[in-house]
Write a protein of this length. Structure first.
Length: 154
């Protein structure tokens, strides 16, 4: 089991250590988990759910973190439905990209008019390598604040 609380140089851990993160990096957090808006998304509401300690796999989670996971996903899915009007959410986990091995789950809104060629696993087409295509930070912050409010009432 990986007992490291946070690992310097890990993107997720570095974001976790920020003393006053912007709303987009701290949509909702608990002792065990933190929701952030994906930085490289072209889709409003694409969230990433991260453990607050450095773990690489589900088997590294504490019992408390594992037990909390389902309720958080359910509540945030409802918040995404309210804020984005999505008809469902996708939940995916791979944690394989270079520099992003810290366990993280993607919680992605699927809108009614979502392009057919970006449904299911193809939704990753809505992640952009070109930074100019990313949602602006201000828009991600606005979405984060709306989701935070909706989550509180979900």
């Amino acid at each position: 089991m990986n007992d490291a609380a946070l690992v310097p140089g890990c993107y997720s851990c570095d974001q976790q250590q920020e003393p006053s993160p912007p709303p987009r990096e701290d949509v909702v957090h608990t002792e065990h988990w933190r929701f952030a808006h994906a930085f490289n998304s072209t889709l409003p509401g694409w969230l990433v759910l991260l453990p607050t300690r450095h773990v690489l796999s589900f088997s590294d989670l504490t019992v408390e973190a594992a037990d909390e996971l389902g309720g958080l996903v359910r509540r945030m899915s409802r918040a995404l439905e309210q804020v984005t009007g999505c008809v469902k959410t996708y939940l995916m986990q791979f944690s394989e990209a270079e520099g992003f091995s810290h366990l993280h789950l993607h919680l992605v809104p699927r809108l009614a008019d979502h392009p057919a060629d970006a449904r299911g696993p193809a939704v990753f087409a809505l992640m952009a390598a070109d930074e100019s295509a990313w949602l602006p930070e201000t828009e991600r912050d606005d979405i984060a604040l709306a989701l935070r409010a909706a989550f509180a009432s979900a």
